[in-house]
Design a protein around this ligand. Structure first.
Ligand code: ADP
Ligand code: CIR
Length: 438
């Protein structure tokens, strides 16, 4: 090997060490600082006149490598720089906070791509609270080194604590003696009550990684399942997929959104859009609604399925029990297998929903706590009670003019389903006391 090529080789090795530290294909710092290639490479002797040639060869190699990486879609530097910037500007963005550069550098190129797809939403949206979405059920195991610390941080659960699903109210702390979660006993009127769970089919990628054809195939699989549900619970399936036998037009779709039955076009949600979850709209999107209107299944939102019961009333057990029995029917349908993890419970796209995938909510008027027309005070009061506040159109929507808010327990993971519905009841009791006193 000639002396010049040996120098280039050593210097390139050195440049890629810099790359691992974040300055990809940069000329070694000592060289850039004018120390000189020869002085920089201990033991190597390079004639002075060769130095500028080596320097410009290195720059050229660096530029060419970047071009090749760009063309192959494996130039990750922009994304890594953004992670660093987000860490500084938004320290609570968990996907950036827990991004471990050494771990990233230890991965294969294909794994690096997968990891960045998981983190993309948090990279694009610096203000993300969590900022990661799983692309495949297996991501929670394969990229556990990255996702587990995020999950533990978000849910405030220690590493190693596994989720256990349990719908039995028996023995749940805080449950009234008769087991009835009766809102009238709290002095509340009948409210709009809703309990939903997120579920994903084990044999498809999660929504962020689905192709248009995957979305169409998944809906087609569910149409067969809905035929069984229709024979048991009546109702119909409404599809947004152009050409579907169950297609509904735009006016019908808007009416369902207004009635809180169908979900909004997710393209407006930058977090979901970045994750690829909103892609290919409206293909593979729709919802089943039973004849009595109370049992609903969304297809193709943030999870493959969002399964829910909703009705106006005062006994929370009614929506909870109905959902459990309807879910049992869905799970008994041949060929439907939900993605589930021994560690994390039911697998969901967003790690915030892992475990139960359950959100149990009521629409309740709290005019005093919202007298300024915003949810700011209600949120401050609800946070220590373990409750979340949303608007009347769901997440990221405004509260009602009459002070109506969507209230639900915040926890989903390492809590049982029965504990969530009980937490809603007891949380409402405390919230009512705060509203009365305000
Ligand atoms: P999710 O509950 O599935 O996370 P959102 O917060 O976006 O999703 O809410 C979805 C829809 O469900 C919205 O139209 C919202 O108004 C409606 N919704 C939620 N809780 C209730 C409730 N208790 N009564 C009526 N509609 C509700
Ligand atoms: C964030 O990280 O803030 C967004 N990706 C939303 C997280 C809340 N999760 C959710 O709505 N399922």
């Amino acid at each position: 090997m000639s002396r010049a090529s040996a120098v280039v080789k050593v210097a390139v090795r050195s440049a890629s060490t810099s790359a691992a530290q974040g300055t990809r294909y940069a000329v070694p710092a000592a060289v850039a600082a004018g120390v000189g290639v020869a002085a920089y490479i201990a033991g190597s002797v390079v004639p002075a006149q060769s130095e500028s040639n080596v320097f410009s060869s290195l720059k050229d190699i660096g530029a060419r490598l970047s071009t090749i990486e760009e063309a192959l879609g494996i130039n990750f530097q922009g994304a890594l720089d953004q992670v660093k910037a987000n860490r500084k500007s938004h320290p609570n963005n968990l996907s950036c906070k827990h991004f471990d550069f050494d771990y990233f550098n230890s991965l294969t190129i294909s794994q690096k791509k997968q990891l960045l797809a998981i983190a993309q939403s948090g990279i694009d949206n610096a203000d993300s609270g969590l900022g990661a979405y799983a692309m495949n059920p297996s991501d929670y195991d394969e990229f556990g080194a990255y996702l587990d610390p995020i999950i533990r941080d978000y849910h405030k659960k220690p590493a190693g604590q596994n989720h256990v699903n349990d719908w039995s109210l028996k023995g749940v702390e805080g449950l009234p003696a008769d087991g009835k979660l009766d809102l009238t006993k709290l002095g509340l009127p009948a409210l709009s009550m809703r309990v939903r769970v997120g579920r994903n089919l084990a044999d498809f990628p999660l929504p962020g990684a689905m192709t248009k054809q995957d979305r169409i195939n998944m809906e087609e699989k569910m149409r067969a399942a809905f035929a069984i549900l229709i024979s048991k619970f009546g109702g119909r399936y409404n599809s947004l997929t152009p050409g579907s036998p169950d297609f509904i037009n735009d006016d019908e779709y808007k009416a369902l959104v207004k009635a809180h039955v169908m979900f909004k076009d997710m393209a407006a949600d930058p977090y979901l859009a970045s994750a690829g979850i909103a892609s290919d709209w409206p293909y593979g999107r729709g919802c089943y609604q039973s004849a009595d209107k109370q049992f609903i299944i969304w297809v193709g939102e943030e999870d493959h399925l969002r399964i829910m019961c909703m009705k106006k009333g005062a006994i929370l057990n009614e929506v909870f029990d109905r959902l459990k029995s309807a879910l049992d029917t869905v799970e008994s349908i041949d060929g439907l297998k939900f993605a589930h993890s021994d560690k994390y419970g039911y697998v969901t796209s967003c790690p915030t929903n892992l475990g139960t995938g359950m959100r149990a909510s009521v629409h309740i008027q709290i005019p005093k706590l919202t007298s300024d027309g915003t949810d700011a005070k209600a949120k401050a009061v609800c946070k220590p009670l373990g409750l979340s506040v949303r608007g009347t159109g769901g997440e990221h929507t405004p509260i009602g003019k009459d002070g109506t808010c969507d209230i639900s327990p915040s926890s989903r993971f390492c809590i049982t389903e029965a504990e969530i519905i009980t937490a809603l009841y007891n949380g409402l009791k405390l919230l009512k006391a705060k509203e009365d006193k305000a």
